[in-house]
Design a protein around this ligand. Structure first.
Ligand SMILES: Cc1cc2nc3c(=O)[nH]c(=O)nc-3n(C[C@H](O)[C@H](O)[C@H](O)COP(=O)(O)OP(=O)(O)OC[C@H]3O[C@@H](n4cnc5c(N)ncnc54)[C@H](O)[C@@H]3O)c2cc1C
Length: 435
C-alpha cells in the first residue's frame, strides 16, 4: 500500500493532524493499536489555542456543545485545620477575542468528534487494532491481528504517545524526569453550581476539581510517589474523606463512587526530545514531549503540534515543495514554545510538591500578586492559553516575590492583542520564502 503521509497513533494529536491533512486532499494512512473507547483518564482540558485550531477545522461548535466552559480557576489555600485562609483566582477572560475560555470535554468524546469529521474524506484510511512495529526504508511494517502489511509513504509521523516506535526509528532517546508525587484521578457526579475549576491546597495536600458536562467532575488528588497501593488497601470511605476534608461542597457526590475500581493512578513525568525531525520522519505530541499535568497542557501541546505540522505539510504539497528539509520549519516553530510550557508546568508542579508551611505561604502570596497585578495576570493566562508567549521579566519576578509593588494599570486591548501569536508567528514559511 502507498500513501502520502503515514501516521502512527490515533490519539488526539494524530487525529487532529489527519483531519487537517485529509481536508486538504492529502492521502493519509493512520494505524491505531487499540479499538473502541478507552476507559483510562487522559487530558480533558482544552486551552484557548486548541479551540482556535478546532474552529479552523470546523469542529468548534461540536466541541463546545459537548464540553463545559471554564472561565475562572479558583485557588483556595487552606490552613492546617483545613479552613480557607487565602483565596485567589485565574481568569481566562483577561485574554482578548473569541478564544478566552478553556473547555472540559471527555477525552474519548473529543477523539470521536475529530475522527467522525476526518472519516468524511475518502483519502483518510484508518486501521484500528493495527500496530506499527517498525519503520524501515520508507516503509512501515504494520501488524493487524494475524496479518502483517507494509505501507510506503513520503512522510512518517509518530503520534503514538510516550512509547514511540517512530522516535525509536529516528534513534532519538528521551530521558524522563520523575516527580516525588503521583496523582489519583477519577470522574464522579458534581453539584450543578460547581462550574469553574477549583484547586484546594494546604501545606501538604492538593485537590483539583475540573467540571465536565453532564454534571460530572474530573478530580486529581496528589499522593506521595509509591503510596497508591497502601491507600487502595483502605476502605473507600478513606478516599471520600481525603476529598471532603478539602472540598466540603462535594460531600454527598464523591460518595457515589462506591469502590476503587474507577480510581486511576496517574504518574507524572517530564521529557523533551532534542529533535522532532529526521529526514522524512517527525514526532509530535507525547512522542516528542511529556509535560507535568499541573498546567493542563499535554493534550493541547499535541493539538498545537498537529496544527503547525499539518499546515506545513499542506503548503508543501500545494507548492510541490516536498523536500524533507522543509520539515525543519515545524521544529523551528514548536520547540521553543513546547520548551517554555514544559518549564511552566514543571514550576507549577514544584509549587505544590513540597509539604512545608513556608512553601504554602510563598505559593498563596505569589498567586495573590498574580491576581492583583493585571500584567502578571494577563501573562500567566496568555502563556497557559497557547495563544501567545510572553516570558516573565526581572520586574515580574520582583513583584511576585513581594519586593516591588503590584502594578495597578491594566493593559489596553491593543497591547494585549499584539502579544497573541500572529499567522506569521505560527506559519513563518508562508512569509520567509523558505518553502
Ligand atoms: C494515563 C495518562 C493520563 C493523563 N492525564 C492527563 C491529564 O489529566 N491532564 C492532561 O493535561 N494531560 C494528561 N495526560 C496527557 C495527555 O493525555 C497527553 O499529553 C495527550 O493525550 C497526548 O496526545 P498524543 O496524541 O500525543 O498521544 P496519545 O493520546 O497517547 O495517543 C497515542 C495513540 O497512539 C497509539 N499507539 C501507540 N503506539 C502505537 C503503535 N506502535 N501503533 C499504533 N498505534 C499506537 C495509542 O494506542 C494511542 O491511542 C495523560 C496522559 C496519560 C498517558
Amino acid at each position: 500500500m502507498k500513501t502520502d503521509v503515514f501516521i502512527t497513533g490515533g490519539g488526539i494529536g494524530g487525529l487532529t493532524l489527519a483531519l487537517k491533512l485529509v481536508s486538504s486532499g492529502i492521502d493519509v494512512v493512520m494505524v491505531e493499536k487499540l479499538t473502541g473507547n478507552q476507559p483510562i483518564y487522559k487530558g480533558e482540558l482544552l486551552q484557548p489555542k486548541s479551540m482556535q485550531i478546532f474552529d479552523g477545522l470546523h469542529v468548534y461548535y461540536q466541541v463546545t456543545s459537548n464540553a463545559q466552559i471554564i472561565e475562572v480557576l479558583d485557588l483556595f489555600e487552606l490552613s492546617k485545620t483545613l479552613k480557607v485562609k487565602d483565596q485567589s483566582f485565574m481568569d481566562y477572560t483577561v485574554i482578548p477575542g473569541k478564544y478566552n475560555a478553556a473547555y472540559m470535554i471527555h477525552h474519548e468524546k473529543l477523539k470521536t468528534i475529530i475522527f467522525k469529521q476526518a472519516e468524511k474524506y475518502p483519502n483518510f484510511h484508518y486501521y484500528n487494532e493495527a500496530t506499527c512495529k517498525a519503520i524501515e526504508n520508507n516503509t512501515a511494517i504494520v501488524q493487524q491481528g494475524n496479518e502483517k502489511f507494509q505501507v510506503e509513504a513520503a512522510f512518517f509521523i509518530g503520534a503514538e504517545g510516550r512509547a514511540s516506535v517512530t522516535r525509536q526509528a529516528m534513534g532519538i532517546k528521551v530521558d524522563p524526569i520523575k516527580y516525588n508525587h503521583h496523582f489519583i484521578t477519577v470522574t464522579f457526579p458534581r453539584p450543578s453550581d460547581l462550574v469553574g475549576g477549583q484547586i484546594f491546597s494546604s501545606y501538604n495536600r492538593f485537590l483539583g476539581l475540573f467540571p465536565l458536562p453532564d454534571n460530572q467532575v474530573r478530580s486529581v488528588y496528589l499522593i506521595p510517589a509509591g503510596d497508591y497501593k497502601k491507600i487502595k488497601e483502605k476502605p473507600i470511605g478513606h478516599f471520600h474523606k481525603l476529598y471532603t476534608d478539602l472540598a466540603p461542597s462535594i460531600d454527598g457526590y464523591v460518595q457515589q463512587l462506591t469502590d476503587w475500581s474507577k480510581i486511576q493512578l496517574m504518574i507524572p513525568i517530564m521529557y523533551h526530545a532534542n529533535s522532532y525531525v529526521q529526514g522524512n520522519k517527525v514526532i509530535i505530541g507525547d512522542a516528542a514531549h511529556a509535560v507535568h499535568p499541573m498546567a493542563g497542557e499535554g493534550m493541547n501541546m499535541a493539538i498545537q503540534d498537529a496544527d503547525i505540522l499539518g499546515e506545513l505539510l499542506v503548503d508543501m504539497y500545494k507548492l510541490s515543495s516536498l523536500h524533507p528539509d522543509n520539515l525543519e520549519q515545524f521544529e523551528y516553530v514548536r520547540k521553543e514554545r513546547a520548551d517554555y510550557l514544559i518549564q511552566l508546568s514543571h514550576l507549577s508542579a514544584l509549587a505544590y510538591s513540597f509539604p512545608f508551611q513556608p512553601v504554602s505561604w510563598i505559593r498563596s502570596k505569589t498567586f495573590e500578586r498574580i491576581e492583583e497585578d493585571p500584567v502578571l495576570h494577563f501573562k500567566q493566562m496568555l502563556n497557559v492559553s497557547g495563544l501567545g508567549m510572553w516570558k516573565e521579566s526581572v520586574r515580574d519576578r520582583f513583584i511576585q516575590g513581594g519586593m516591588m509593588p503590584t502594578r495597578k494599570k491594566n493593559l489596553s486591548v491593543a497591547k494585549k492583542e499584539m502579544k497573541l501569536f500572529s499567522a506569521e508567528d505560527d506559519y513563518p514559511w508562508k512569509w520567509n520564502g523558505l518553502l
